[in-house]
Ligand binder design. Sequence first.
Ligand SMILES: Cc1cc2nc3c(=O)[nH]c(=O)nc-3n(C[C@H](O)[C@H](O)[C@H](O)COP(=O)(O)OP(=O)(O)OC[C@H]3O[C@@H](n4cnc5c(N)ncnc54)[C@H](O)[C@@H]3O)c2cc1C
Length: 271
Amino acid sequence: MKPVDFDYERPATLDAALKLLGREDLNAKPLAGSQSLGPMLNLRLVQPELLVDITAIPELASIREEKGFLVLGACVTHAALEDGGTPDPTRGVLARVAAGIAYRAVRNRGTVGGSLAHADPAADWVSVLAALGADVVVARTGGRRTVPAKDFIRGTFETALGPGELVVEIRIPALSANARWGYAKICRKAGEFSHATGVVLIDPARKFARAVIGAVSGPPIVVDDAKIAERDPGEAWVSALFAGTPLGDDAYQIRIHHVALKRAIAEARAP
Ligand SMILES: Cc1cc2nc3c(=O)[nH]c(=O)nc-3n(C[C@H](O)[C@H](O)[C@H](O)COP(=O)(O)OP(=O)(O)OC[C@H]3O[C@@H](n4cnc5c(N)ncnc54)[C@H](O)[C@@H]3O)c2cc1C
């Protein structure tokens, strides 16, 4: 199958892109790395009248440090973070996570903003940015707003984005010198989408201690718990968190997510 006919624009400024995306007389969709949108177009799961390619907008590709934050433009690629030629106040989290996404050809084009906007529950940034306490900045013509990454994903392929809105940047708090983290992604082959994700961040200087369980067929489960480093969570602890989620009381799912969380805690505890 091939995509429906669509028009294509590649604006050079954010204002021009937002203007096109804000048009109410046609169905316009942003295009970033095309790693998820391309297949969806070919399967006709999406049938836009206009694709707005946002990869020529310089501010969306920028990486900068700003008052205790690392600010990633939405179009920063997984490969740029994997290569680590940029400031990294997360002390290795970003490069480690990026390197485990798919394979290099996908990482060369796939973007952090595109991954969040696509909102596949099994995607890596969806869980990791929530664990880091990052914020997602979204813009539309005439305004910007900030949404905590933990609240940005509303469900499977559902986000907090409204009509005509674009993810423009992701603001990641710098970790303190004594912060510790752990990350575990369980999948059958390296680079595959996750079957279970555990992420733990403990940053005592900022009084921040968070565990995230991801790849749960919905928004990641976020637990703020000052004692997470000392915890030895049993399956019952994970099972209680699953209540009311799409995975419910599925014993296999509880078990693999329990293993992912335990691995992340163990890594965060390690000296
Ligand atoms: C073989 C393969 C394996 C993969 N494995 C993994 C994996 O292990 N882990 C993982 O996390 N991901 C994986 N991915 C997905 C990959 O990370 C994609 O890069 C990502 O899902 C989408 O990013 P993109 O830039 O390609 O977005 P696109 O495909 O261009 O867009 C995806 C969606 O987001 C919208 N969009 C894009 N940018 C924005 C924006 N700035 N604001 C608002 N909406 C926007 C588009 O309209 C579209 O709906 C894999 C992909 C492939 C093809």
